[in-house]
Design a protein around this ligand. Structure first.
Ligand code: ADP
Ligand code: ASP
Ligand code: MG
Length: 453
């Protein structure tokens, strides 16, 4: 991604493991130094910090747990400060933020609100970006930390706030663009601010999306996502050691992978990139020399099978009503309940008298979940059955909706497994199904062996 043209702009995003400690941050700074086009840097919280903050933002956290959790965050941040030349100053800055965090967490324990939970979540990125800017300066770059909440304006849907893209663009022109001429700006992923001036968050893993939105708003030429693997793989390399990095992938295929749970990219990341046709690079900040994956509009090959994504902790809800027989409006009623609770559905299948829907429902999520209230309201409409312990497997590729033999190849390979629900045909890029969680890794491994060996 190197460029000698100073007019080119690359937005680079570094994830949690890439900014986990001082040495990791230094590696990122070297990557930035090697590409003069990189003038906007988006960082995540240091690895593990957001998980701790999620806990602090929950209900029923005892005082002792609060203190321990804040101490564990302090240890991560001060470990980095230890290596800074301007140590005393940064101890002060981190302690000031931690004192504010402690006060906010205390407020939350006394009176829970989703708004305060988002405020709590923002501290991870606020701390990591402050420290990252200083390491850039220590390494001779004109680093400057910028509070993204000045430009990333959102609605007040705490936990999964929606960004005002037009406002972001005009704010970036007014408040950020000029600074990029002579500074390397580091800013926070994941967070934004609503019209009331309160902090919001874009959903777990949202820094990728923040970076893509900023790249779009600034008319960037490239977006680079630096993480802990050397690109996008044929499946999660944690599931099988046979997974291999993909050199080049189309926007459509990569977007389907992200949507169906490949954790490597936040599901919405490619929306701004596709809108603005910004090529996206994914690589490892630990091994930048190994290259990575290029995601772009035009690709040389479009294979039938590109990758397999797995998303665990899925809930299947079956709503069954004899009244649906020859009736209209039943589905509209079901969906109006879901819309009221801001829930999004992933897969759907219907029969004459029932509809089955899947929801991404992980317990650590900061987003709206399938609550008892939702089930109760659906129950007032008809009979409802809820099944947990399921995983969604998505085979991603091209022309899967009518390529000959795909269905038999896939299901013959996993014939020993109990397949709970199948969705095919809506997209040319995916074929999805649900299996029991305890069989999921095995199913992916078997399929990977069949499709990619
Ligand atoms: P970051 O903190 O940099 O955002 P994440 O943990 O969110 O990193 O995403 C990187 C992880 O995504 C990898 O370590 C890998 O285990 C997982 N992953 C899931 N599916 C894939 C895939 N298809 N290709 C590469 N990595 C994947
Ligand atoms: N720090 C946030 C998270 O862990 C956002 C991100 O890393 O992308 O979810
Ligand atoms: Mg991530």
């Amino acid at each position: 991604m190197s460029s000698n043209n100073s007019k080119n702009l690359t937005v680079a995003k570094f994830g949690g493991t890439s900014v986990a400690d001082f040495q990791a941050m230094q590696r990122c700074v070297n990557i930035i130094k090697n590409d003069p086009a990189t003038r906007l840097v988006v960082v995540s919280a240091s690895s593990g910090v957001t998980n701790s903050l999620v806990r602090l933002g929950q209900e029923n956290v005892s005082e002792q747990e609060r203190i321990q959790t804040i101490d564990s965050i302090r240890a991560i941040q001060l470990n980095i400060v230890e290596h800074l030349s301007n140590k005393a100053d940064f101890i002060d800055q981190i302690e000031t933020l931690l004192a504010l965090l402690s006060q906010t967490a205390e407020q939350q324990a006394a009176h829970y609100s989703a708004k305060t939970a988002d405020e709590i979540l923002s501290f991870g990125e606020r701390m990591s970006s402050t420290l990252f800017a200083e390491i850039m300066r220590m390494e001779g770059l004109p680093g400057e930390c910028f509070d993204v909440r000045q430009v990333m304006k959102t609605n007040s849907l705490y936990g999964k706030a929606v960004v005002d893209v037009d406002e972001l663009k005009s704010n970036c022109s007014a408040l950020l663009k000029a600074t990029l001429e002579n500074k390397v700006v580091v800013t926070q992923g994941f967070i934004g601010q609503d019209g009331l001036g309160c902090t919001t968050t874009l959903g777990r893993g949202g820094s990728d999306y923040s970076a893509a939105l900023l790249a779009e708003a600034l008319d960037a030429d490239n977006l680079a996502i630096w993480t802990d693997v050397v690109g996008i793989f044929t499946t999660d390399p944690r599931i099988t050691s046979h997974a291999r990095a993909i050199k080049e992938i189309s926007f459509g295929e990569a977007a389907e992978m992200a949507t169906f749970g490949a954790k490597i990219l936040h599901p919405a990341t490619l929306i701004p990139a596709m809108r603005h046709n910004i090529p996206v690079f994914v690589g490892s900040s630990k091994e930048p020399e190994k290259g990575g994956t290029y995601i772009q509009k035009q690709v040389e090959s479009r294979p039938t099978y590109r990758s397999i994504a797995l998303r665990k902790e899925q809930t299947l809800v079956t709503v069954k009503s004899p009244a649906m027989l020859h009736a209209s409006g039943f589905l509209a009623k079901v969906f109006s309940i879901l819309a009221k609770h801001e829930l999004s559905v992933d897969l759907i299948t219907t029969s004459e008298i029932s509809v089955a829907l899947t929801f991404d429902n992980p317990p650590g999520s900061t987003q709206a979940q399938l609550t008892d209230q939702v089930i109760k309201e659906l129950g007032q409409l008809s009979q409802v059955k809820v099944e947990n312990g399921l995983s969604l497997v998505a085979v991603i590729g091209n022309n899967l909706h009518n390529a000959q033999g795909t269905t038999s190849t896939i299901f013959n390979t996993i014939e020993q497994s109990n397949v709970r629900m199948i969705c095919q045909g809506a997209s040319q890029h995916n074929l999805c199904f649900l299996v029991n969680e305890d069989a999921a890794n095995d199913v992916v491994e078997k399929l990977h062996h069949k499709l990619f060996a």
